[in-house]
Design a protein around this ligand. Structure first.
Ligand code: MG
Length: 285
């Protein structure tokens, strides 16, 4: 879906979720001055909402460039729980989630969204592990389905170290597969410095989350770090934007804030817009 006015270099956007009324949701985002973003489809959402979203996006002139999927049964309580419940790694959820992902790809095509995205789950380091092989095959299958719609597939980063994720992408071996780079996730999962990671994965970045967070406590190896409002965590938003420019990324920066309360979320997104404006002014001049 293309906006009437072309998007600016590193234009600020937002990661938001379908579920509430499309027109109300888009009016609220327009009120913050936003005109692009990534639309998430929760696992329990009836995808027949696609028609209403297509019409509302067209009317509002709002460009959605990624349809993100989350799945029923996912739980982000701590690292063992993520390993056991997220993405395509847990075998007991695999078939239903692949079917759901293909359905989200179809819904995205109906709306006119040029890419899909998701967490694949924690990819095992051992490339002969049956779960590694299964998730690689699933990713290829989704990629080929998406390619038939002309869509890209973005794997959300953070649950693997950058070098391992790059090896996985090479092994998947599909031109339309890349990453949605989330610098905060690298910190929350303790998988490495996000700026170094961006240096390794730069050529594979399809899209970006502007999210912040603090590292997990060093005495609790199973704990995740804490997500924080943009500019309040350990990412360093200015150095993040500087590195994006260095690796040649020119797409939008989607602010992501995952607090449950809607008003808190909107307040933090509004603050995040100012934080990004300041970082972009400093980097781009
Ligand atoms: Mg993210």
């Amino acid at each position: 879906m293309r906006n009437l006015t072309p998007l600016a270099n590193l234009e600020t956007g937002v990661m938001f979720w379908a579920g509430r009324d499309p027109n109300d949701t888009l009016a609220e985002l327009a009120g913050l001055g936003l005109r692009c973003g990534q639309l998430g489809f929760p696992g329990d959402l009836d995808l027949s909402v696609a028609d209403a979203w297509r019409d509302a996006l067209r009317r509002a002139g709002f460009a959605v460039y990624t349809a993100f999927a989350s799945f029923n049964g996912e739980d982000y309580a701590d690292i063992p729980t993520v390993k056991d419940t997220v993405g395509f790694i847990p075998p007991r959820f695999r078939d239903e989630r692949v079917a759901r992902m293909l359905a989200v790809s179809d819904a995205a095509a109906k709306i006119g969204i040029p890419g899909i995205g998701m967490h694949v789950g924690m990819v095992p380091n051992d490339t002969t592990d049956p779960d590694y092989i299964a998730v690689r095959e699933v990713t290829r299958r989704i990629a080929d389905h998406a390619a038939a719609h002309g869509q890209t597939v973005a794997l959300e980063t953070g649950q693997e170290r950058a070098d391992h994720l790059l090896e996985f992408l090479i092994d998947v071996n599909r031109d339309n597969v890349g990453i949605n780079f989330d610098p905060a996730n690298m910190i929350l999962y303790g998988t490495g410095d996000p700026i170094d990671a961006l240096g390794i994965l730069g050529a594979r970045v399809l899209s970006v989350h502007a999210k912040d967070g603090d590292w997990p406590p060093s005495d609790k190896p199973e704990a995740l770090g804490t997500e924080r409002p943009l500019g309040k965590g350990a990412v360093g938003i200015e150095r993040f934007v500087r590195k994006l420019v260095q690796v040649g990324y020119k797409g939008p920066l989607a602010i992501e804030r995952e607090v449950p309360d809607h008003n808190d979320r909107m307040r933090d997104i509004a603050t995040g817009i100012r934080v990004l404006d300041e970082a972009k002014r400093s980097v781009l001049g």
